[in-house]
Design a protein around this ligand. Structure first.
Ligand code: NAI
Length: 328
């Protein structure tokens, strides 16, 4: 039997954790031939609820689930991890300034990065979901000097999937016919969903849409503010769709993207498209199985340039703020 892959999930007792763990255990993330061992990492107050989730996982009798362990200590939780999904984070509380939020999360993602450095498997791949995801990933990476920086990524796949769905509905095109859409920048309201290289059944999407007003005043704000709209409607933040995006991200990273389309992920910049090196920014990416590569050579029009720069500037400010706080 193939050796099980160790998957550590932080925030395992939270709402994304609850939607995510069953998908992983069923084989949807790593494929039908790969057994998984789940390592659930929580804070002490979350352990009992994680034990309940583990009981339900047992009760599914998933053939691929080779074991479940629960931890409240990051060093133990990340020991031997091949895949690490960093979901648990400190939410913004009432009256909390951005600096407070970054500092509180630095207190989580710094030690988690150090724990990954200390004991994760050599091939560890990290996806940060917990917000502010891009900068939390940067903090974790800075505390893991022995792990290649490109193993630390942040999730913009939910934004990508939201954009796909909005474009499909506007143009009455099946999602499966849409290719090469891109989310650029930060997983925040400044993100830029870019349809200028996208195609709809092979036709240029921007030409099919032919509606700059819709693009600027409906599409972009709908995608960028979808999280808030879901909180407003559901009374709770996106959970199943966030879990689904995490499954998609890791699946494509490990198994590779299809030849027909790239996807979006926040990965460390190599300076491509004028994004300062080292910033963890969303790009058009492909994976040939195991490593993300930024899609090169795209023409960026003036409209896109302005939007990308605005989001990247926000990431630079976040990086400078965490540097100023001594978190990286
Ligand atoms: P939740 O509040 O339901 O669950 C969070 C869980 O994390 C809790 O069980 C808590 O005990 C645990 N936790 C907190 N600190 C921890 C630590 N240091 N170690 C281990 N576990 C810890 O939150 P939910 O809805 O599951 O969301 C989790 C995060 O994902 C939030 O930061 C949210 O903003 C973010 N998110 C990101 C999205 C993205 O597209 N990147 C989309 C949706 C949510």
């Amino acid at each position: 039997m193939t050796q099980p892959v160790n998957v550590t999930v932080t925030g395992a007792a939270g709402q994304i954790g609850y939607a995510l763990l069953f998908r992983i255990a069923s084989g949807q993330m790593l494929g039908p031939d790969t057994p998984v061992k789940l390592r659930l990492l929580e804070i002490p107050q979350g352990v009992k609820a994680a034990e309940g989730t583990a009981m339900e996982l047992d009760d599914c009798a998933f053939p691929l689930l080779a074991g479940i362990d629960i931890f409240d200590d990051p060093t133990a939780g990340f020991s031997g991890a091949n895949v690490a999904l960093l979901v648990g984070a400190r939410p913004r509380g009432a009256g909390m300034e951005r600096g407070d939020l970054l500092e509180a999360n630095g207190g989580i993602f710094g030690p988690q990065g150090a724990a990954i450095n200390a004991g994760a498997a050599d091939d560890v791949r990290v996806l940060v979901v917990g917000n502010p995801a891009n900068t939390n990933a940067l903090i974790a990476s800075a505390h893991a000097p022995d792990v290649p920086a490109d193993r630390f990524t942040a999730m913009t796949r939910l934004d990508h999937n939201r954009a796909l769905s909005q474009l499909a509905q506007k143009t009455q095109t099946p999602v499966s016919d849409i290719a090469n859409l891109t989310i650029w920048g930060n997983h925040s309201a400044t993100q830029y969903p870019d349809i200028f290289h996208a195609t709809l059944a092979g036709k240029p999407a921007a030409e099919v849409v032919n509606d700059q007003d819709w693009l600027e005043n409906t599409f972009i704000p709908t995608v960028a503010k979808r999280g808030a709209a879901i909180i407003d409607a559901r009374g709770a933040s996106s959970a199943a769709s966030a879990a689904n995006a995490a499954v998609d991200h890791v699946h494509d990273w490990v198994a590779g993207t299809p030849d027909t389309s790239w996807t979006s992920a926040a990965i460390p910049s190599d300076g491509s498209y004028g994004v300062p090196e080292g910033i963890i920014s969303s790009f058009p990416v492909r994976s040939t199985g195991g490593a993300w590569e930024i899609v090169q050579g795209l023409d960026i029009n003036d409209f896109s340039r302005g939007k990308i720069d605005a989001s990247v500037n926000e990431l630079v400010e976040e990086r400078d703020a965490v540097k100023g706080l001594g978190l990286i």
